[in-house]
Design a protein around this ligand. Structure first.
Ligand SMILES: *[C@@H]1O[C@H](CO)[C@@H](O)[C@H](O)[C@H]1NC(C)=O
Ligand SMILES: *[C@@H]1O[C@H](CO)[C@@H](O)[C@H](O)[C@H]1NC(C)=O
Length: 216
């Protein structure tokens, strides 16, 4: 009995540490990305620590608004290891999001990151939806200074519900969070998912699917 317990503990422990070793436990103080290297590791190759300078840990420019003149009326400006080489392997990154009045950051998910989202200006309705079978929609209207969390992997969105522009900063728990935009993966895949599959999935006529596909 005790032996089994020990074994189970060991198995649990090995799971814990295999997970922790992934991205969140660097093997050196820093691994400033060598953007010129073509080496592929889980992240970017490190440059010689002796050649590291303060600029490697710095990015200036997040005061600049993104251009929201597009279909969605929103713009995501990412700050990751490409812009701050010193972020490499540290397991975090950042984005500034700008919204025109009624602008939308359409439903999407980050497969590798939880997001903690801070409103700097304006008023945003935000929401995420839990997985099957509940599909519970958790939504709230945020104002300047409010902070909201989008749990890893869950589909979420934001919409500007104020009168002026809105700005937010999103911190993400991965240096490469990934983005899966729901509409794009469903209707814009290359090659396309068969129309009859989508017609069944969405319980609409195939012509409706074709009409949506034509917008992408
Ligand atoms: C913003 O984007 C639009 C559409 O791509 C473009 O026409 C416009 O020149 C851009 N504005 C600025 C300030 O870059
Ligand atoms: C940083 O983001 C840009 C723009 O989305 C992307 O092209 C690039 O691959 C990212 N860099 C890293 C190191 O993940």
């Amino acid at each position: 009995m005790a032996k089994h317990f020990l074994l189970l503990n060991l198995i649990a422990l090995s799971f814990c540490c295999a997970v922790l070793a992934f991205e969140s436990s660097p093997m050196q103080d820093f691994c400033v990305a060598d953007l010129a290297s073509t080496g592929t590791v889980n992240g970017l190759a490190c440059k010689d620590p002796k050649s590291v300078i303060s600029e490697d840990f710095f990015f200036g420019g997040l005061h600049l608004a993104g251009n929201t003149s597009n279909t969605f009326g929103s713009k995501v400006t990412r700050v990751n290891a490409t812009k701050i080489p010193g972020l490499n392997t540290l397991g975090i990154s950042l984005a500034r999001v700008d919204y025109a009045p009624w602008g939308v950051n359409p439903p999407h998910t980050h497969p590798r990151a939880t997001e903690i989202f801070t409103v700097l200006a304006g008023s945003l309705q935000v929401g995420f939806v839990s997985s099957n079978p509940e599909n519970r929609h958790i939504t709230k209207v945020l104002k300047k200074g409010d902070v909201f969390v989008f749990p890893i992997g869950l589909v979420h969105y934001q919409r500007n519900v104020g009168y002026g522009n809105a700005v937010a900063v999103a911190a993400l728990s991965s240096q490469n969070p990934g983005v899966i935009s729901i509409a794009n993966v469903v209707f814009e895949s290359e090659p396309a998912i068969a129309t009859d599959i989508l017609a069944k999935a969405f319980q609409v006529d195939e012509t409706v699917v074709a009409q949506i596909q034509s917008k992408f």
